[in-house]
Design a binder for this molecule. Structure first.
Ligand code: ZN
Ligand code: ZN
Ligand code: FE
Length: 757
């Protein structure tokens, strides 16, 4: 007996090959009806034998294309109609206007097979793609998402490509970047003057250069990479020198999961992310410190690995048989990644030896995403290529709002209805170069998402570029405290409402008292918060200088909590720091000159790292804290240093005095650095779990949110997740949204919406 069903599918189901998928699904079951895009998703009508319709419904979710994310399926019964076949119905204009642009996607297995098949017309074609794979977000200028609005516009499809594009049964039906060697973009190798390097295969030429240890700038999806053979230590060191990147680890691209497995320990959650079509950099524990030269990730216990994601990457590995290539952003230190051919030639001159470029423009800068694995779950550290512009689905409807994020690791968030769109990683807005990128992202997001914000959210810090930018707009604005935004981001990601205990362990954030916060326990809802506990204030002698020179934090902490005398007796000797330096810093503290007060947990990490002799100076953010974590991982010590929890009015102050005493005593007693580091981590875990317990007694709240940049520390995150769960709390942490400042804008958006209600 025949039945007819009307099916509405919501989520990311447009521009991801969903219609041809449904078309094939229906045809295979000899069902009639049709499918069309609507403003909220797709609408399907199918008619045929009841069991065939049931099988269709089952396949709809189970076999959906890899890029689709179905959030909701509604099915209703309809009266039978007289269709003779299944058709794809043209979209109405208003529907096309709301089509979500998918993120960039790694080469799919079908395309990879063709790429390697000498009989295929796209054999070794560096721009092969289909409905399920290829560039998306980074080639889109405007909506609707159609070829004329992408950087494929100048390439006119040849008859063979056009036929594929027009055929609903073809896997390249409406694949906007569809191309072939006859009609599509071309690859070319440039020398350092931008001259094409003559005849010959550019891949072969690039491979030959890489084998010689040369640095090749490779144009990718969201920007240029600087590539070098990771196994050649000398070449990697040369890259560090030229890129002016001293100690920060490089990520390496490896040909496949097996090759990755030789370098790092791949946990199951890590493996899925490594192989996923988003192809992020996955940070995993190194298997054998000697497997790659030390210059790749000096002194690091972890290594960031990722798999090829463009046809060009696959061709380089197929041809070159490299074990691993360093693939680092094509930029100098913290500047935005280069995307334009001429720009890359200019900015990377003197860094790269050759440029592997092509004539398809990158319209949107987008770095590689970075994911770590902690507590058995993958967690996004940097949200960019492959993740953007996939929305965070909210548990409530919000009016159109734009949140502009913080100062470092900036992202913006544009939200409306049940969806919040976090932008790609914009980076550090201390750099002028980044300001333009920030404005491009704000503009591009508003255009492609068709969201016109009626409300702005920004940080409370008066001097942040993003704050000043927001203040210059004519829209209503809500200033959001930094750590409140962190908690709200964690709540939003986990679909929480009401109030929670928010433990925010962080680097730097502007407090409501004008001081620098960062070791905070907040009782918070979206609308407001109470500061229930925080680390005791310690001086930050020299302000920003204390971040670059952790020894100053060590002096500040010891002087403030144990007294200036203790400094004379107990401080270690640091290279390049003599008694005069220390006396000078002590005087700064005494007189309060250029010495802000901070409750930052990140700065406490810095101080302890310096006290045990790790990195009295750092070359990149969190370097000392990371070294401390790496050391702690080498110890199984279960002792915990005590921190004092003192009553302070209605709240609590966490005083590191006994911890500092214990660190100094253990150091004097000859305990090794891993043991001290582990006891320090254990101490923080025990103290904040203890605080959560006290606050549960006071408030009856049982849900805890963990957020802030320090939770990129696996020891700390896994320790607190374990301790709180064991104590009966419902613990929530970040997965798709960064725990650090990359997630701030999401929290700002939610706080602003609730505060403005
Ligand atoms: Zn494909
Ligand atoms: Zn063609
Ligand atoms: Fe923060």
């Amino acid at each position: 007996m025949d039945v007819r069903r009307g099916i509405t599918v919501c989520g990311i189901v447009q521009g991801v090959g969903f219609r041809p998928f449904v078309f094939r699904l229906a045809r295979a079951r000899r069902l009639v009806g049709g499918i069309c895009n609507t403003s909220s998703g797709v609408r399907i009508e199918v008619q045929g034998p009841a069991d065939a319709v049931d099988s269709f419904l089952a396949g709809l979710q189970a076999e959906a294309p890899p890029l689709a994310r179905i959030t909701d399926v509604a099915v209703r019964t309809l009266p039978l109609a007289g269709d003779r076949e299944f058709r794809i119905v043209a979209s109405r204009d208003d529907a096309a206007g709301r089509t979500l642009i998918p993120p960039d996607v790694a080469v799919c297995p079908d395309c990879l097979r063709e790429l390697r098949d000498p009989a295929d017309r796209r054999y070794r074609y560096p721009f092969i793609n289909c409905t399920n794979c290829g560039p998306r977000f980074t080639i889109v200028r405007d909506i609707p998402y159609d070829r004329p609005q992408t950087s494929m516009a100048p390439f006119r499809m040849c008859p063979a490509c056009q036929a594929e594009y027009d055929d609903p049964a073809d896997r390249r039906f409406h694949a906007q970047p569809n191309a072939c060697p006859d009609c599509g973009p071309r690859l070319v190798l440039w020398d350092d003057a931008g001259r094409p390097s003559g005849a010959g295969d550019p891949i072969g030429q690039a491979v030959a250069l890489l084998r010689e240890g040369a640095i090749v700038a490779v144009k990718g999806l969201g920007g240029f990479h600087l590539a070098v053979d990771a196994m050649q230590g000398e070449a990697v060191r040369r890259l560090r020198e030229r890129k002016r990147r001293a100690g920060k680890p490089f990520a390496v691209m490896v040909p496949d999961a097996e090759a990755a497995g030789r370098l790092v320990e791949i946990e199951p959650a890590g493996r899925a992310r490594l192989l996923g079509w988003e192809r992020p950099i996955v940070v995993l524990p190194r298997r054998d410190a000697g497997a790659v030269p030390d210059a790749v990730a000096p002194g690091h216990g972890d290594l960031g690995v990722f798999l090829p994601y463009t046809p060009v990457h696959y061709l380089l590995f197929d041809e070159g048989r490299f074990d691993a290539l360093v693939m680092t952003s094509g930029n100098l230190s913290e500047e935005p990644i280069a995307i334009d051919n001429a720009e890359a030639l200019e900015r990377l001159r003197g860094v790269a030896d050759a440029w592997l470029v092509h004539d398809r423009d990158i319209l949107r800068r987008c770095d590689d995403s970075v994911v770590m694995v902690a507590g058995g779950l993958p967690r996004v550290v940097r949200r960019a290529r492959g993740e953007v512009p996939v929305p965070v689905f909210l548990h409530e409807e919000v009016p159109p709002v734009l949140a502009v994020g913080g100062e470092l690791k900036n992202t913006i968030c544009l939200a409306e209805g049940g969806r919040a769109f976090l932008s790609q990683h914009v980076g550090d807005l201390e750099h002028l170069e980044s300001h333009r990128f920030f404005e491009e992202v704000v503009d591009h997001f508003q255009r492609i998402l068709q969201i016109r914000p009626s409300l702005l959210a920004c940080d409370l810090h008066p001097d942040y570029f993003s704050t000043r930018w927001a203040e210059a707009r004519a829209l209503p604005r809500v200033g959001v405290q930094h750590h409140h935004a962190h908690v709200a981001a964690c709540m939003a990601e986990n679909h929480l409402d009401g109030r929670v205990i928010g433990i925010v362990l962080d680097g730097t954030g502007y407090g409501t008292d004008g001081r620098i916060w960062g070791g905070e326990v907040l009782i918070a809802g979206y609308r407001d918060f109470v500061r229930a506990a925080h680390l005791a204030y310690v001086p930050m002698p020299g302000g920003e200088a204390a971040i670059r020179e952790p020894w100053r934090m060590a002096v500040g902490c010891v002087a403030a909590r144990l007294g200036a005398d203790a400094c004379a007796r107990h401080l270690p000797r640091w290279d390049g720091v003599d008694d005069a330096h220390i006396r000078f810093v002590l005087r700064m503290i005494e007189r309060g000159v250029n010495t802000p007060l901070t409750s930052s947990c990140g700065r406490l990490f810095d101080a302890v790292a310096a006290l045990v002799g790790l990195h009295p100076r750092v070359t990149h953010e969190a370097q000392a804290a990371i070294a401390l974590e790496m050391a702690a991982r080498r110890s199984a010590d279960t002792e915990a240093y005590p921190l004092a929890i003192d009553r302070d009015g209605d709240g609590w102050i966490v005083d590191p005095r006994p911890l500092l005493q214990a660190v100094l005593a253990d150091r004097a007693g000859g305990r090794d650095v891993p043991g001290i580091s582990r006891r320090f981590h254990n101490g923080l875990v025990r103290t904040f779990a203890d605080l959560a317990g006290r606050l549960r007694e006071e408030t009856a709240l049982t849900r805890v949110c963990l957020s802030g940049g320090c939770f990129q520390n696996r020891c700390l995150l896994e320790g607190l997740l374990g301790a709180l769960a064991a104590d009966g709390f419902d613990v929530f942490s970040h997965r798709d949204v960064p725990a650090g400042d990359g997630g701030l804008s999401l929290g700002q958006a939610l706080v602003a919406v609730h505060a403005a209600r």
